[in-house]
Design a protein around this ligand. Sequence first.
Ligand code: ADE
Length: 376
Amino acid sequence: MATEAQAQWVLTATGRSPTNIAVIKYWGKRDEALILPVNDSISVTLDPDHLSATTTVAASPAFPSDRMWLNGKEIALSGGRFQSCLREIRKRARDVEDEKKGIKIKKEDWEKLHVHIASYNNFPTAAGLASSAAGFACLVFTLGKLMNVNEDYGELSSIARQGSGSACRSIYGGFVKWCMGKNDDGSDSMAVQLVDESHWDDLVIIIAVVSSKQKETSSTSGMRDTVETSPLLQYRAQTVVPGRILKMEEAIKKRDFESFARIISLVEKWNHSEGTPQVAYTFDAGPNAVLIARNRKTATLLLQRLLYCFPPQENDLDSYMVGDKSILSDAGVQSVADIEALPQPPEMKTPNQKFKGDVSYFICSRPGAGPKVLTD
Ligand code: ADE
């Protein structure tokens, strides 16, 4: 039992971690428990102002058990993934002293101290926007701060991987590579930063959210089915991806949009009509499209096309574009009436191809920074 004086203190840390979108996808595990992939992957980290998880972790002798709340609702921490992250961080915990609060924790005390965790996502959870990537990266990063863990980011990335595979990439900003590793214990399966978020900062990333509902097939079961049933998966992992990883790394280093877009395919009509790729697109396991424009000017033209084809159902522009809303004024759109007045894009041959209500809303983002500590 905690004494009364002990029961009064609560030590907290708060962190924020971004989500990421893969441009060379992780699909298929070689070890389900350790979350070891069958191929390397590369992602771009999105601006945490637009898509991130914010997590506060608190430790107190007054807490009788570990507990967690996600977006205000209590969730079970009993799953293997949460347990792996908690165990691995606790193992590395060190002495902590907070003179102001009069708290002294010896590293061996952490095994007995329980934590309460509260996490919020600033975007729809479980809609294929990598919320668990941001969530587990944030959990590991923030627990690491609370427990004064001294490990480098590679080690934190490897621990976050055990929560959710793609979380290992959300430990860094900019462009990130998850090296699949070869060891059976997963010790060399972690992400590295290729370039930071300032390297290619004219990219604009627009996400068309067509559904914020929980996706029907989880990535875990989708991957399992693919591993079990697809004779092509090994071919992809062993023959196709290694060459593409090299090309993608080269394209990122040189900010070579042509190669970058060619690799992840094109927004067909417009790109064809322009002759050179303007916009690249990619999808994760959910239905939401992620569009990457080479610069602000192209993103503005893209947005005019998107709004022409997908006008909002409601007369509310503010909730139809979230994230960097300033792109709307670049596109000359101040109101829903302005959207109705947009001219048909010249490359569209069939008039009035409008799909009102098919997109719930858009998020405008850009390459962003990695996790950071927030003041409590
Ligand atoms: N899964 C989805 N969002 C999460 C979060 N913020 N923390 C932990 N797990 C999550």
